[in-house]
Design a protein around this ligand. Structure first.
Ligand SMILES: NC(=O)c1ccc[n+]([C@@H]2O[C@H](COP(=O)([O-])OP(=O)(O)OC[C@H]3O[C@@H](n4cnc5c(N)ncnc54)[C@H](OP(=O)(O)O)[C@@H]3O)[C@@H](O)[C@H]2O)c1
Length: 287
């Protein structure tokens, strides 16, 4: 996510991108080594760059890893923004915090920006912690919750889509979870929203970035395979035991899809359906 943001924002801004273990490079972007858990170092970076805008795009978005190490996840997604908010207390830059759909309970889906948050996993809990810190400490914040994103990686760390494409290219089977509904969005839509948020001067709001089609990762990967001329039967589902649902009679999958009506009105952006998103991806992949 950080790489895509830097690539777009360098067109109009002086961008300082930070890296932890993987130093990527983009022309026109200044790179700084960074560890959000090292307060002294965070302070040094903030005071030497004096940013007008801070975008918190650190940490992974993986539920399984978060469950294995909930304390580490909290240190990153809650402790990280706390350290940065404390350090930027005096200069008060615009603080854009990237959150996700796991802040909701997954019982109903189509969540609006103002719906009640009730996370049921470690990643969602750590994100809520981060959202609350930012809201309490920053005078100029945006909490930007995004559905899972699809797009190419930065070439150093592979994205889910890269791994899928490589497996399908080799004719190999690949197993992907068929366990929850999400409204997947292309990375470009998130980047566009961030650019507009910086220009618009909007502040102290919760914003949603989402796609229009609700599906599981397995369904998404099959659509990708069909669109790009691969054999969809190579994509195999990892099924979940469907649990009784508090609102439905039939057991069903958790639904973390987001609604972005408010975001559309505020920023004049239009979420994409899966067809349109994959078509955009095709144009970007095959120039
Ligand atoms: N991807 C999505 O679908 C999605 C959706 C909603 C929200 N988000 C949020 O967006 C953010 C980025 O997600 P992503 O998919 O880009 O994850 P990612 O590909 O795993 O990237 C994680 C980034 O965090 C950096 N990092 C790791 N440990 C760090 C530390 N201790 N201090 C400072 N930086 C550190 C990594 O740097 P190095 O690579 O140099 O180690 C890397 O740049 C996360 O907060 C995630 O929750 C992502």
């Amino acid at each position: 996510v950080g790489h895509h943001l830097a690539r777009k924002l360098r067109e109009g801004f002086k961008v300082f991108a930070t890296y932890y273990k993987h130093h990527t490079r983009l022309r026109g972007v200044s790179y700084l080594p960074f560890n959000v858990e090292n307060r002294t170092w965070v302070k040094r970076v903030i005071y030497s760059t004096h940013p007008d805008v801070v975008i918190f795009a650190a940490g992974h978005n993986r539920v399984d890893l978060a469950e294995k190490d909930p304390r580490g996840c909290e240190r990153m997604h809650t402790g990280g923004p706390a350290t940065i908010s404390n350090t930027t207390d005096i200069i008060q830059p615009k603080f854009i915090y990237l959150s996700n759909s796991y802040v909701f309970d997954g019982n109903k889906g189509n969540y609006h920006e103002s719906d009640i948050v009730l996370p049921s996993n470690a990643l969602g809990k750590a994100k809520i912690g981060g959202e609350n810190i930012v809201k309490a400490k920053s005078l100029n914040y945006i909490v930007l919750r995004s559905s899972p994103l699809y797009g190419r990686s930065n070439g150093t760390s592979l994205s889910t889509l890269d791994r899928l494409r490589m497996a399908l290219d080799r004719g190999e089977r690949i197993e992907v979870p068929d366990q929850e509904l999400q409204s997947f969005a292309p990375i470009e839509s998130l980047v566009e929203i961030v650019a507009r948020l910086i220009d618009s001067g909007l502040k102290n709001k919760v914003i949603h970035n989402t796609g229009l089609t609700k599906m599981t990762l397995y369904e998404f990967c099959r659509e990708f395979a069909k669109k790009f001329g691969y054999d969809p039967s190579l994509v195999l589902p990892i099924r979940a035991v469907r649990k009784p649902h508090p609102l439905h009679e039939e057991p069903s999958l958790p639904d973390y899809s987001l609604n972005a009506t408010q975001t559309m009105e505020l920023l004049k952006v239009k979420p994409m359906g899966i067809e349109e998103g994959l078509e955009q991806l095709r144009r970007n992949l095959i120039p």
